[in-house]
Design a protein around this ligand. Sequence first.
Ligand code: PHE
Ligand code: NA
Length: 452
Amino acid sequence: MAQRESWATRAGFILAAVGSAVGLGNIWRFPYQVGEYGGAAFLVVYLLLILGIGFPVILVEFVVGRHTERNPVGALKRLGTGAWTKIGWVFVTAGFIILSYYSVVAGWTVRYVLLGLQGEYTATPEAAGQQFGAVASGLDAVVFHAIFMVAVIAIVAFGIERGIELSVKVMVPAIIALLIGLAVYAFTLEGAGEAYAYYLSPDFGTIASNWTSILPAAAAQAFFTLSLGMGVMITYASYLGEDRNLAEDAGIIAFLDTGIAFTAGLIAFPILFTAGIPAGSSGPALIFVSLAAAFAELPFGGILGAIFFGVVSIAALSSAISIMEVVTSYLIDEHGVDRVPATAMLGTAMFVVGVPAALDIIFIDVYDLFANGVLLVLGGLLLSIFIGWVVPDLALDELGKGITNIGSLGVTWIWLLRIPVIIALIAVVALNAWDYYGFLTGDFAAWLGENL
Ligand code: PHE
Ligand code: NA
């Protein structure tokens, strides 16, 4: 077999990991989760979870990847015995399902770039809602889903150094620069003051009375946004040739991802408040309906909107390639398939699985609530148990390579994993699984009744 690929530079690895982390999760999902769960109250819980759960779990994935130099399935086969070897499957399955619908949503964002350039956003919420309906479901959505998937295949087919590393060196700086520009613009708007108050001053009463819904939602968001539970960080770390400070790298990634989600809020809320459109109740349609309607009200709104959705599209692309790489590296490592046919086959299969989501928006929830709410968190939970309780010494040893003065970091990490992380993740898996069951027997059953 050919020699395993690796990153050309340290910056390449970090930018790829940041490119994976920064995506639809930050700019599409984060603002509407904030809106749905009470503004700043959600923000506070979310920040705590990034620190207390997100950071330790990034390290878990890094250690597993660098130590084994394998895709998630191969990595667990090397490290574990018996049932533990199966955890890798949870990751690869989650990745497959998530990219299938992630590409559909990314296709909408590409379509909204074109609508902006054509000056076609509509100002009233009803018209904007209809426009979104036409973009989100039907033949157009299938076509843009296909276009996006082809772009993903094209990059990943070129490999780690010439495909992924090269593309993120352009995409990540562009995303950051454009978002900062948009945030500065949003700061000058009339509604900015009111928006900041809503976004930034938490009402601790809201947290206390709603924590059973805020906590699982914020935890699922923390996992999704950091690209955890799907083996992306395992896979990307598996291409690290040398020993470097993984804790430092994890810190940079968590910090930039959080900063960018936060910045997305600094853009979305002032625009919404200025246009007098409520931030709280739009759900997944927030940026496509409410924000697009707000752009229609602003001078040069079409161009601004095209820039905004352009950033979202690029961010989605740099995330989607990381998911594709997980499943691709699995086929390469475990089945000896060549990279180019592997990406073509996987892209085609994921395209097909995503088609229902492009035809009816309810399938976004069918996939998302299961893969993101349950599988992702389950994968992270199982891997944390494995590292914390089964192979802690090996993990500590691996973390220690490349850190000259580890102090109590390693021990704190293992104990954080052993009890608080595990308890929190069990609760989240249970609550989200229950939620999903409610969805399948409720909304989805009703949909099946009407449509079959
Ligand atoms: N982190 C990405 C985002 O915020 C989504 C993602 C999840 C990407 C899991 C890869 C793996 O959009
Ligand atoms: Na993210």
